[in-house]
Design a binder for this molecule. Structure first.
Ligand SMILES: [Zn+2]
Length: 299
């Protein structure tokens, strides 16, 4: 079912990573820059991340012995240092996720460089090391950002969707591993209800909302692949939903043949396999089209 299956460590059948995008209240500040400071409801919804969502998730990971990945806008890293300390105490990975969750597709090259490098600097200072991974806010990665990530020594991106399995993105300045995502395993469609930023999804029950993620996992498990959840603490970290996730996690761990790992470990594993000639990924260009396609079509 998968053309180029990856041999996972320890003979595991399947690899699995829950990634949390810890946006906190960055979303409202970037969406409503003029008056976000007086919009207490969306601010409070975002502050659920450091107050309740992330501590609850970390406690579960501690109990189950899991290390996982968190993608965090740099402004959130600066604003909530105690949350960052707790994530690092659990030996989890922190990856880049913009400065204030700004959308790279709305910025020119100079702005993209400025905010990428400023985020990188914050992340390095907070974690004491170079981040390995990047996920674009709203998945809106650009060829410029891919080049910046390569230039600054990151090893992977996790914003694109061109295959079921990790693949290679080749840009002007080198290559990155892509650990693909998909809306089927994202908690935004079933749970986000946020008029201020233009989302009014019909909120699903915890079980129904998580069904799609779990079905995606089962398909990857059957095929010997990799499942990546893309979740948010203020959505899936809420009590009723996290209870469902905890039950699911315990069941999956009891199978004994699933490799849970942060994305940096998965990227390192597939890079090693590729270097040793044990695995051949598909290679995608970082910039498939040098100019807008429609403008260049002759009438
Ligand atoms: Zn985000």
């Amino acid at each position: 079912m998968i053309k180029n299956p990856i041999p996972w460590p320890g003979g595991a059948r399947c690899a699995c990573a829950i990634t949390f995008d810890v946006d906190a209240d960055s979303l409202i500040h970037v969406a409503r820059p003029r008056d976000s400071h007086r919009r207490l409801y969306p601010i409070s919804m975002g502050r659920y991340d450091p107050n309740s969502g992330v501590p609850r998730i970390l406690e579960t990971y501690r109990r189950l012995g899991l290390r996982q990945s968190f993608f965090i806008p740099a402004w959130v890293v600066e604003t909530y240092p105690r949350m960052i300390e707790a994530i690092l105490d659990g030996d989890h990975e922190i990856g880049l996720h913009g400065y204030l969750h700004e959308d790279p597709t709305e910025q020119d090259d100079a702005e993209q460089s400025y905010w990428f490098e400023r985020s990188l600097d914050v992340c390095r200072r907070a974690t004491g090391r170079n981040p390995r991974g990047y996920r674009a806010p709203v998945y809106n990665v650009t060829p410029q950002v891919i080049d910046l990530a390569i230039h600054h020594g990151l090893t992977y991106d996790s914003s694109m969707m061109a295959d079921d399995m990790p693949y290679v993105v080749s840009g002007g300045s080198g290559e990155l591993i892509e650990i693909p995502v998909h809306w089927g395993s994202d908690d935004w469609p079933p749970f986000a209800h946020y008029a201020e930023i233009g989302y009014m999804m019909p909120v699903m029950s915890p079980v129904r909302g998580l069904e799609s993620s779990f079905a995606e996992f089962e398909a990857q498990y059957a095929a010997g692949g990799l499942w990546v959840g893309i979740w948010h603490p203020f959505l899936t970290g809420r009590l009723s939903r996290w209870r469902v996730v905890e039950d699911w996690l315990e069941g999956v761990l009891a199978r004994g043949d699933v490799w849970f790992a942060p994305l940096e470990d998965i990227a390192a594993h597939v890079s090693r396999l590729r270097a040793d000639g044990h695995w051949t990924p598909i290679v995608e260009p970082a910039c498939p089209y040098p100019a807008p396609v429609f403008e260049r079509i002759q009438r």
